[in-house]
Ligand binder design. Structure first.
Ligand SMILES: [Ca+2]
Length: 323
């Protein structure tokens, strides 16, 4: 019975594979008090990851850029939305995003975790923490299965969300280009899932309205998301936001919802800035035409229909699980 055999095999393999254990490094800043609302996508990626314990298991979380605020708000979100039954430790990382090589709680914890097991790193902020581990502990490089990041572009692609009135930078890369160099020079497998594929997603007011309820946690999240949508409208002309960091997570949880350029050459090109009035800046770019670079990546260039619904469904499940 070949059909029966095939079915049996698929059943066995799906029950024995288990979730992928991953490390999350994040510049989470949702709710940070400032002159403007702050980016919310790391928080959404975290809430999503917690909804897929069958696919990913968070070994640890480290913070970057807003190390202390990120630590506190991550603990707050975990206390509300971590229903996995597992304790997920959180570590403070680099505060400046430019002190590569300087050890901190996050780099020590990540190095310890890599000494114990091989795993991928989902790094959805600047790369300073990860590059510090790679630079200071080269013996751990083979333990890093891949680094999945939110950065990179095809040559010359402008980052102009919404009504395309204004260019934004390749934030995670531009905050610390040196750390990206360290990762590529180490020969790590890098997955770039940045602007080009993420901009297909847009969460508008009605997509998140269910969070506007009487639950303390949901209401707090809503009270950060809604002003972020309105702030985005003031900048880009559309009332809504792109949940950028959900697509690198999606590479790990829902890889079939993205189209990728595999083994594509990567280069840092320096030319006139498209975000500052004057001066040059570096661009992290991928092209099969680059024949003078040893760097390679997997590059996500498109998100397929259906993934946005998964993002929204996951937020709904997080909300429902918390009442
Ligand atoms: Ca981020």
């Amino acid at each position: 019975m070949p059909v029966g055999h095939r079915f049996l095999f698929m059943t066995l393999s799906s029950t024995t594979s288990g979730p992928r254990r991953i490390w999350l490094d994040t510049d989470i800043m949702i709710g940070m008090k400032d002159q403007t609302p702050r980016e919310v996508d790391d928080a959404i990626a975290l809430m999503m990851a917690l909804q897929h314990p069958d696919k990913v298991e968070l070994v640890g979380i480290s913070t970057i850029t807003y190390a202390n605020y990120g630590y506190d708000v991550t603990q707050k979100l975990l206390a509300w939305y971590n229903k996995t039954g597992r304790n997920i430790p959180v570590y403070r990382g680099s505060d400046t995003a430019k002190d590569v090589g300087t050890e901190n709680d996050a780099t020590r914890a990540l190095a310890d975790a890599l000494r114990t097991e091989k795993m991928p790193i989902l790094a959805i902020g600047p790369m300073t923490n990860v590059a510090t581990v790679v630079q200071n502990h080269p013996e751990l490089i083979p333990q890093i299965e891949e680094v999945v990041v939110c950065a990179g572009r095809t040559p010359g692609l402008p980052f102009r969300p919404g009504l395309e009135k204004m260019s934004v930078g390749d934030y995670n890369f531009e905050m610390d280009p040196e750390s990206f160099k360290i990762l590529f020079d180490a020969g790590l497998k890098i997955v770039l899932s940045g602007y080009e594929c993420s901009v297909y997603l847009l969460l508008g007011k009605t997509d998140i309205e269910f969070l506007n309820n009487a639950t303390e946690s949901d209401k707090w999240v809503y009270d950060q998301l809604r002003p972020w949508q309105q702030f985005n409208e003031s900048l880009f002309g559309v009332d809504g936001f792109v949940p950028w960091d959900t697509t690198p997570l999606g590479y790990l949880t829902h890889p079939n919802y993205f189209k990728y350029f595999h083994d594509i050459p990567v280069r840092i090109n320096v030319r006139a800035s498209d975000t500052d009035a004057e001066g040059d800046k570096p661009y992290l770019e991928v092209s099969y035409d680059f024949n003078d670079t040893p760097w390679r990546a997997t590059y996500a260039y498109k998100t397929l229909p259906g993934f946005e619904e998964i993002v929204i469904e996951d937020l709904k499940r997080a909300s429902a699980g918390n009442r």
